[in-house]
Write a protein that binds this ligand. Structure first.
Ligand code: GSH
Length: 132
């Protein structure tokens, strides 16, 4: 029974991955210099995730839209990433954003919180709204 549930969940996850792929949002445009800055700012970010998890698909979709290169760590099949997530993050729950900055590491769980954090840092329309 457990195997059937896992197979249905994985199958549905792959359908979501496919639908996401064919409906991906446009990427935010930036000047070459602004893109370099965004890429440098994203250098300390890693997303611990499962490929077919819908919450991870949603988070990867936001990362694609924001046009930033965030390292993706497979916490489902890669035992090193899985153990790091468990030991340092605190639990096996994905997506989880690892933020390595200023000599410190923070772990952010919950797709909605991660997307809000990334939007605030990397969505030019939100940055403009904060400036005005
Ligand atoms: N509310 C969470 C839900 C995340 C969630 O349920 N993730 C599942 C995978 S889809 C998980 O990590 N399950 C733990 C496991 O399968 O070991 C979010 O939006 O990030």
């Amino acid at each position: 029974m457990g195997l059937v549930v896992t197979a249905v969940r994985e199958g549905l996850g792959r359908v979501i991955v496919f639908v996401n792929y064919i409906t991906r949002p446009a990427q935010v445009p930036r000047s070459a210099e602004a893109q370099r800055e965004a890429e440098a700012a994203a250098a300390g970010l890693s997303l611990y995730q499962f490929y077919a998890c819908p919450f991870c698909v949603r988070t990867r979709r936001a990362i694609h839209r924001l046009n930033i290169p965030i390292r993706v760590c497979d916490a489902q099949h890669d035992q090193t990433h899985r153990q790091t997530l468990l030991n340092d993050g605190g639990q096996i729950k994905v997506p989880c954003l690892r933020i390595d900055e200023n000599g410190e590491t923070r772990w952010m769980y919950e797709s909605a919180a991660i997307i809000e954090y990334l939007d605030q840092r990397f969505d030019p329309s939100q940055q403009r709204a904060e400036e005005s």
